[in-house]
Design a protein around this ligand. Structure first.
Ligand code: PEP
Ligand code: MG
Length: 570
């Protein structure tokens, strides 16, 4: 009997394949007293060296099949092998508790990973997965057990596992149809790798996954976050047909996406990519992004164990700018705080981090950190078409202070004889309701505005963007949010500046016509949706879109907005 099971859609796409369990042997660990503690420490040292060889091998596989960015996960694993708080602690405890290496290894791994997982921070939670990965590897080596043999995986397989680590996914051969796990979230490294490899993934299905047996036929829908086990023949045939159509439509859209996007009546709408690391550049170019509408620079800070210096930042920005030539690249200055914490920064805990000291607020009160980024941006500007964007702007004073610091950096560089581009456009994100309501006051001070609907929605509707309990209230298509979008677009029009959108709403193809009607000039999104959005732009008549948009503003909620759009189409 076929049934749908709901999990988290972690990498998009519909696919079908044969289940294969990635079984992980869990070594049964007994606690034993030992007298020769030095010999036991030596045993652990040898296991560490063996683990190092294995991880180095995985690192080189990952850098061949993916990118240096992905391979860097294994640098973190290697670092844990030498971490005094991890393996160092194991050695201390073997000496002090006089217990066998296996039991101490398990004890320290459990403690450290639980501590990190308990922190209310996605980044640290991902580190907990890394610790478990390294700890399990050490345990397997210490107890002489064999890990799963990846050569059992064949093209067309859907990999089923309690949890998949980056070490696991790096060993997937070409042609895997999907991955399905009991535990895991969208932000887990394994999910990121699945997106990079283009493998649909549904994670976090819970215990329901246990009913899957090797050889079962699995349908997985990475967009909806659902799987179906052993569909009946008719359903299977219908799904195969749907996958075929989806792939053909996608190929067609991708072919057409080579051309820049104009509405049916000739209005230019720029369709840009959001990127979160250098690794996303290739995918953006393959999907024919006309530029970058949002380069989130946080990765430079999150993936480091220190504040990234000017040179490190310059290199990253220059690479992206060069890749896009004369196409615009909007680089957003640091947006930490809120859901993005930095382990090395020791930021004080706040009662309401999303309403707290984040993004531009943090940068303005830490001018040294901010100026390092601004100098790196200015220096990189000679390599392409840089636009600088400040996040979380709430008032005019913030814009003026940020621009003053930018001018200070320009003067410093001039004095140092270091060149930078003239006339770099400077803009703001409109993601706080006050900025949208006062957009007419802010617009004359900047060269462009970009609407961040992810935050704008949570602040307008008082619904935390990451809290599942209020997810039913969180809807970027809510008319209250759309009214703020309209106010921002009207203000941009009056000031004669460009207005774009870089929140998730920009990539929602059901909303493309409405967004054009509201007055947006540029839409920026995850690269995968660019071809479909370009198609929608071409099908849109800008005058009719205006009528549609006007109708939306008098709807009562997001559901009504979507229904209204559907009705207008039929
Ligand atoms: C937004 O808030 O819409 C946005 C694009 O920024 P982020 O998701 O990085 O907060
Ligand atoms: Mg935001």
């Amino acid at each position: 009997m076929s049934q749908h099971i709901k999990g988290v859609g972690a990498a998009p796409g519909l696919n079908i394949g044969q289940a294969i369990w990635w079984r992980k042997e869990k070594p049964v660990v007994e606690t034993r007293s030992i007298s020769d503690t030095d010999a036991e420490v030596e045993k652990l040292n040898q296991a560490i060296e063996k683990a190092r060889e294995q991880i180095q091998e995985l690192r080189s596989i990952a850098s061949q099949r993916m990118s240096d960015e992905e391979a860097a996960v294994f640098d973190a694993h290697l670092a844990f092998l030498d971490d005094p708080g991890f393996t160092g602690e194991m050695k201390n405890r073997i000496q002090s508790k006089k217990q066998n290496a296996e039991s101490i290894c398990q004890e320290v791994t459990d403690e450290m990973s639980q501590l990190m997982a308990s922190l209310d921070d996605e980044y640290m939670q991902a580190r907990a997965d890394d610790i478990r990965d390294v700890g399990t590897r050490l345990l397997l080596i210490l107890s002489g057990k064999q890990p799963f043999d990846p050569s059992l995986l064949k093209p067309g397989h859907v990999v089923i596992a309690e949890e998949l680590t980056p070490s696991d996914t790096a060993q997937f051969p070409e042609g895997i149809s999907g991955m399905v796990t009991e535990r895991g979230s969208k932000t887990a490294h394994a999910a990121i790798m699945a997106r990079t490899l283009g493998i649909p993934a549904v994670l976090g299905l819970g215990e329901a996954i246990r009913q899957i047996e090797d050889g079962d036929i699995i349908v997985l829908d990475g967009d909806q976050g659902t799987i179906q086990i052993n569909p009946d023949k008719e359903t299977e045939a219908a799904i195969r047909q749907q996958i075929k159509k989806q792939n053909e439509a996608r190929e067609q859209a991708l072919k057409e996406a080579k051309a820049d996007a104009y509405t049916a009546d000739g209005k230019r709408i720029q369709v840009f990519a959001n990127i979160g690391s250098l690794n996303d550049v290739d995918i953006a170019l393959k999907n024919h992004a006309e530029g970058v509408g949002l380069f989130r620079t946080e990765f430079l800070y999150l993936e480091n164990d220190h504040w990234p210096d000017e040179e490190e930042q310059y290199d990253a920005y220059a690479k992206v700018l060069k890749a896009f030539g004369d196409r615009p690249v909007v680089i957003r200055t640091l947006d930490i705080g809120g859901d993005k914490d930095l382990p090395y920064a020791e930021l004080p805990k706040e009662e309401n981090p999303f309403l707290g000291h984040r993004a531009i607020r943090f940068c303005l009160s830490n001018p040294d950190i901010f100026k390092t980024q601004l100098r790196a941006l200015l220096r990189a500007s000679v390599h392409g078409n840089l636009w600088i964007m400040f996040p979380m702007i709430e008032n005019l004073a913030e814009i003026r202070q940020a621009k003053a610091l930018l001018d200070e950096c320009k003067n410093e560089l001039k004095n140092e004889d270091i060149s930078f581009a003239e006339n770099i456009p400077v803009g703001i994100m409109v993601e706080i309701p006050a900025a949208a309501i006062n957009a007419d006051l802010l617009a004359p001070e900047v060269d462009f505005m970009s609407i961040g609907t992810n935050d704008l929605t949570q602040y307008t509707l008082a619904a935390d963007r990451g809290n599942e309990k209020v997810a039913h209230l969180y809807d970027a298509a809510h008319p209250a949010v759309l009214r703020l979008v309209k106010m921002t677009c009207d203000a941009a029009e009056k000031a004669g500046i460009v207005v774009g959108m870089c929140g998730e709403l920009a990539g929602d193809t059901a909303m493309t016509e409405a967004l054009i009607g509201l007055g947006l000039h540029e839409l920026s999104m995850s690269a995968g949706t660019i071809p479909e959005v370009k198609q929608k732009v071409r099908q849109t008549d800008s005058e009719k879109a205006k009528e549609l948009a006007a109708g939306l503003l008098s709807q009562k909620d997001g559901d009504q907005v979507r229904r209204f759009i559907q009705e207008q189409k039929s």
